[in-house]
Design a binder for this molecule. Structure first.
Ligand code: FES
Ligand code: MG
Length: 569
């Protein structure tokens, strides 16, 4: 084994070595921990403000056991943690900031390999993005999903939040019952129990080959989550010795595998943005069309909400993600390398399916149409996305009059107004919820249906915005319209009553207004003024790229490697 990078700190003699080691010893560290053995960073997003990751100190202890067992020296460090449910205006605004924290923390410190502890939605992409820009041996452990909730005889999870919201609007459940359901839904540690963005990200991690097999679905409350953490601790030490860096695993084939597997599990639309951003960091060519290209012929194989009916823990009991991966054998790049040194194909070779109600086959899937469809047209010249498996089949080809909301405040103020001109054929359009417009591209794209339509039994409408949708959400929702309204996209020019036609089979999204009329309207258009002139948010608005590129900051693309030449003193 060549001299490790940590020896540029701990291996020094004289004054330099003294400074780098002496203060570490105040934690009770024996001399031999600095003898050239792999130093493993454990990058921890533990936070009481990120409830999905609140059990991570336990997991870190398991990782440490494994690192010691394999002869390494573990050092746990905190990074910015992004809790999906509390952070305003949206955790997505801070994904890129957290990635900068991770990148600089890894590079600046005496770390030879790193374990990323990820859970809640944005904590996964931000950590991987940051690590990619350094590119040392890296292994990911997800925190695991919650066990499913039980409320009044019914299994519940995050997708029920949207159902509860409608029932509450209709007066079918009251405030007291809602509060009761809160405690019943999030009843164990872990992230959302359905195939929301967190589970989608955990699946992405395993599909990319960045975790040990079965990482995606082991519930947080299951002790096997600790076991996989300990085994991961052992393995990262070996990875350092093998110099198995991120870029050796994150090949173009790995990304294509991730797209196919995401389709098979009915993963979140947020997957598109995060995977594009990760590819941009590691330097793999990937574009938004690739998501359509590699997923259009993949059916829904995992029967998990919101596209299906079950929960993540059920997937684990039914054979876990390796069972799904095995079903995709005929289409995947089975040779793609993973962190355990084996290929993704070899890792799923022995997988078995214990319930065909949860893991289907390519021939007998749960839905024919899965994955992400990318639609284009004058309303979204750079593309927009829709998730067919979570949409209403009858609305996939639809032509209707736009009901336009200029901002999220405008939407809230008028959506339940009895005088709002809206019917079941209307197309709801929400502007200014994109990367620059919100700012941070909030998860508001699955706008709630107007109360008066809910009362008529209408539960889905075509909805179009430059925002995102929670991975737990569903409906015929066109998202990530690019360019966004705040950047002057044609979305900004839509007016009430304009006809919009969506044709998902043909991948088109068209605003039936002439180019001349749009040019005329553009003369009066003004970008939304959010009155932000300083700080990170100002930096973000000025540098964030559009959704079809992954919404990373322009200056964060690519990597700077792991070398730091100057000492601190
Ligand atoms: Fe954290 Fe859903 S809120 S994963
Ligand atoms: Mg979310």
């Amino acid at each position: 084994m060549e001299k490790l990078r940590s020896q540029n700190w701990f291996g020094k003699t004289g004054k330099d070595g003294f400074i780098y080691r002496a203060w570490m010893k105040n934690q009770g560290i024996p001399d031999d921990m600095f003898d050239g053995r792999p130093v493993i960073g454990i990058c921890n997003t533990w936070s009481e403000l990120t409830p999905c990751n609140a059990h991570f100190r336990d997991l870190a202890e398991s990782v440490k056991k494994g690192v010691y067992e394999a002869g390494g020296y573990p050092v746990e460090f905190p990074v910015m943690s992004l809790g999906e449910t509390l952070i305003k205006p949206t955790a997505m605004l801070y994904r890129n900031l957290a990635s900068m924290d991770v990148e600089e923390s890894i590079r600046a410190n005496p770390i030879d390999g790193v374990v990323l502890l990820c859970g809640c939605d944005k904590t996964t992409p931000s950590l991987i993005m940051g690590a990619c820009s350094v590119d040392i041996p890296t292994l990911v452990i997800s925190g695991g999903p919650m066990l499913k909730g039980h409320w009044r005889g019914k299994d519940i999870g995050t997708s029920d939040v949207w159902r509860f919201a409608e029932a509450f609007k209709l007066g079918e459940i009251n405030e007291k019952q809602l509060v009761e359901a809160e405690g019943c839904m999030a009843r164990t540690q872990g992230h959302c129990a359905v195939m929301g963005t967190a589970s989608t990200m955990a699946t992405m991690v395993e599909a990319l080959g960045l975790s040990l097999p079965n990482n995606a679905a082991i519930p947080a409350a299951d002790v096997r989550r600790k076991v996989i953490s300990q085994l991961s601790g052992r393995r990262i030490v070996e990875m350092v010795k093998e110099d198995l860096t991120l870029s050796k695993i994150l090949t173009r084939e790995a990304f294509e595998n991730a797209i196919m597997i995401n389709a098979a599990i009915g993963g979140s639309t947020n997957f598109v943005i995060h995977l594009l951003a990760i590819a941009g960091r590691i330097g793999i060519e990937l574009n938004i069309e690739d998501f359509d290209k590699f997923s259009h012929n993949i059916p829904l194989i995992a029967n998990i909400q919101p596209s299906g009916v079950h929960f993540m823990e059920d997937l684990y009991y039914a054979g876990g993600l390796p069972a799904v991966i095995k079903e995709l054998k005929s289409v995947l790049h089975n040779d793609a390398l993973t962190v355990n040194g084996r290929s993704i194909g070899a890792n799923s070779e022995d997988a078995e399916v214990f319930s065909r109600d949860i893991v289907g086959t390519m021939e007998e899937p749960f839905k024919e149409n899965s994955g992400i469809a990318v639609v284009r047209g004058n309303l979204a010249p750079n593309g927009a996305v829709i998730k067919p498996s979570a949409a209403t089949p009858a609305l996939m080809i639809h032509r209707g009059k736009a009901v336009v909301f200029e901002t999220i405040e405008d939407y809230h103020a008028r959506i339940d107004d009895p005088n709002l001109e809206v019917d079941e054929n209307s197309v709801l359009v929400l502007k200014n919820v994109g990367p620059k417009g919100y700012p941070g591209m909030a998860e508001v794209g699955n706008m709630g249906i107007p109360k008066k339509l809910l009362e008529k039994g209408v539960h889905d409408l075509v909805r179009i915005s430059d925002g995102r949708m929670s991975g737990t959400g569903f409906g015929t929702v066109v998202l990530h319209v690019s360019p966004e309204a705040a950047a002057g996209g044609n979305l900004a020019l839509v007016q009430n009553g304009d006809i919009i036609s969506l044709n998902v089979p043909e991948r088109t999204l068209h605003l039936e207004v002439s180019d001349e009329e749009l040019a005329e309207r553009r003369k009066n258009w003004q970008a939304i003024d959010l009155n932000i002139s300083r700080g990170y948010v100002n930096l973000y608005i000025n540098h964030v790229e559009q959704a079809h590129l992954g919404a990373d900051m322009d200056f964060l693309k690519g990597k700077s490697g792991s070398v730091v030449t100057r000492d601190s003193h």
